[in-house]
Design a protein around this ligand. Sequence first.
Ligand SMILES: NC(=O)CC[C@H](N)C(=O)O
Length: 201
Amino acid sequence: MAAVPTIGVLALQGDVREHRRALESCGASTESVRRPEELERVDAIVIPGGESTTMWRLARTFELLEPLRKRIEQGMPAYGSCAGMIMLADRISDGAEGQETIGGIDMLVRRNAFGRQVDSFEEDIHVTGLDAPYHAVFIRAPWVESVGGDAEVLGRAESGDAAGRIVAVRQGHLLATSFHPELTGDARIHRLFLDMVKGTQ
Ligand SMILES: NC(=O)CC[C@H](N)C(=O)O
């Protein structure tokens, strides 16, 4: 890896620009990834929020699903927010017919889980590894129903009917959040991921 790692942002669909801006505000160098050749050139990948069914279909069309699975298996760090969390889940519920993920994190993620109560909401939550609560923005967000032994829960929803639901998970070099840190101007989640990429976290 070069002295300054290059972080790819999967640019098939979703809020790519916001993730690139957040990563660059932390001093990272970023590239959009749409093709397998572009994936080969990055040291890590961020999978943005958006719509996981569309992302899955496009990843298949652009022949990125298998290369992404392979790189992640080989240890490439990856961070997924919202739809990106769904893409990193080994198992999903309420997926579209035949919906596949990239996988990597031993967890069961329920799509649009909060949406049954309220489509979008914001709350301050505690995230392991961050010095103070994080203002989390949820938009038709998934939650994590359960995690396997290797996945560590980093944060949970804290209020209302959803209190206690898992919304942030780490498994080794993989990180996922139900919420969208790219939308709030608080770069602590991106910094945590960059520290994971550098091997200091
Ligand atoms: N804001 C989001 O990323 C929403 C995720 C979306 N509900 C999905 O299933 O992909």
